[in-house]
Design a binder for this molecule. Sequence first.
Ligand code: FAD
Length: 595
Amino acid sequence: MSTYSAPLKDMQFVINELVGLDDIAALPGCGEVSADLVDAVLTEAAKFAQEVLDPLNRSGDLQGARLMDGKVIAPDGFAGAYKQFAEAGWNGLSGQTEFGGQGLPHIVAMPVQEMWNSANMAFCLCPMLTSGVLEVLHSYGTAEQQQTYMTKLTSGAWAGTMNLTEPQAGSDLSAVRARAVPEGDHYRIHGTKIFITWGEHDMAENIIHLVLARTPDAPEGVKGISLFVVPKFLVNGDGSLGARNDVKCVSIEHKLGIHASPTCVLAYGDQKGAAGYLIGEENRGLEYMFTMMNHARLGVGMEGVALAERAYQHALEYAKTRVQGREIGQRSGDRVTIIHHPDVRRMLMSMKAQTEAMRALAYFAAAALDQAKHHPDDKQRRRQQALIDLLTPIVKGWCTEQSVEIATTGIQVHGGMGFVEETGAAQFLRDARITTIYEGTTGIQANDLIGRKVAFEQGATAKAVIAAMRAVDGELAKHAELAAIRAPLAAGIDAVEAATNWLVATYPKDAKAASASAVPYLKLFGTVAGGWQMARAALIAQSRLDAKAGDADFYRAKVVTARFYADHILPQAGALNHAVVHGADSVLALDAAQF
Ligand SMILES: Cc1cc2nc3c(=O)[nH]c(=O)nc-3n(C[C@H](O)[C@H](O)[C@H](O)COP(=O)(O)OP(=O)(O)OC[C@H]3O[C@@H](n4cnc5c(N)ncnc54)[C@H](O)[C@@H]3O)c2cc1C
């Protein structure tokens, strides 16, 4: 079993050189973020991930969360690790300073989140949901609600959850049926929520649920859903914990992966109804919840990057130790480790290149989020917001879909030992498999991308990104060493431009055909945007090599990895564009009865 080692060099390269920490540090409110501070935070986070979280990943998978006498018990060691996590202040890394957080920008928090997820994704889901709850309370909560909940949530003393799903309401939240009946200054919540991550557990003193429900006279559909904060233990006026609220966990799911994370069925209102407190205005709940979902969607995209990295490290270690066969073309002599076989190298390079491209795109999105929040110029803030809106479904959908593929390749590198559980390679695939499903499936992300993000504004932001991608070619042309990247990148950009034009033209007249092409379009955009970031990375690396500055081995490997991406991954763009522009007919040709 390999141990996790945080890829600090690549993280620091992306943060400092590719995305540009200086630009973020120049934003109002981000002035304390120096390269030294970021290095210190990343180094400490790496230690925590490697020494505390990683050792619990396998045991947590094997033991799983348990429901005993109505209580959900986290796997051995998890509660202790959570206490250490909270005491070290990790829970409030990007939290609001007035509630005890450290207010660090997303460009720092995202890489830290990557480490937690690589080391132990099941654990990391708990603080990730808490930070989503904080985001909603900060944006829409009353001063009293903020005062009551935010300090404890920021410290990690209390944890948060997100309660959307019901048996009949998964992707389609307009079908939510949970009821909220007004009673004095609060509401009584009744109903069943399913699949609630960390919905009940013994790691925090209290759990603060955000719950979607309908008030008695609410209109049908999405416009009749309100959002409530429902604490597991009611909170007294002085902040101490009061009576147990009327919400309980009735079962936890037995599932393919993330065994250590309890996925709960929560029953609200078995007695008189759970006390719930309205957030914002009635009937605007889904709009508020989208704040949390967008936050969580980027976080889930980051899970994809993290599991891809972990699967790669695991496969690499195996490839360096497993002895099998001789070097190709040699009939005698020593047997070699499998990393000597060209096809194993190809697999490892594909894992490495895609993971680095995903990381670069995800951190680029994190920086856009910081710009959208903090830039002093209103126009710039709106431009960056449009960019992050476009990138969120791509980072979520593309990085998670790729993580499943990368984890599968990791198993292939192991041969038969990948298919048996004891090597641990299978856990990464099992854990990765949920990431394309929760927080909106890939199909839902893709519909959001083509409808609300691309067609809605006639492709304006997508076309601005495409123009930025094209601008890289002039720079690439100045370096003979990077010539091989140019043609595949240009062809990829042509493909994404053609597909964007097709979507903008098709969506208004035939939304069904556009939707049939949505997932190939999302993958196409991710693939080419990843290639763009890798080309930019190669440019920086080559300049450093030319200037004989810095770590030459790292920069040489970056150039080679970008070249691999251009040779092996970018050509997929042509096929994806074909599927977008020509593929809808065959998707829709058979009616339901003809399948
Ligand atoms: C382990 C786990 C943890 C979870 N954690 C939480 C949580 O903490 N809180 C919470 O509220 N929920 C949670 N969920 C629920 C999760 O968000 C839903 O499972 C997910 O949104 C999909 O809903 P569904 O399962 O009902 O599938 P369905 O909506 O029934 O979808 C089935 C298939 O149909 C497709 N589909 C459905 N509608 C469309 C459409 N309009 N266009 C295109 N394709 C479509 C989907 O892409 C999918 O392939 C969790 C689920 C799991 C398994």
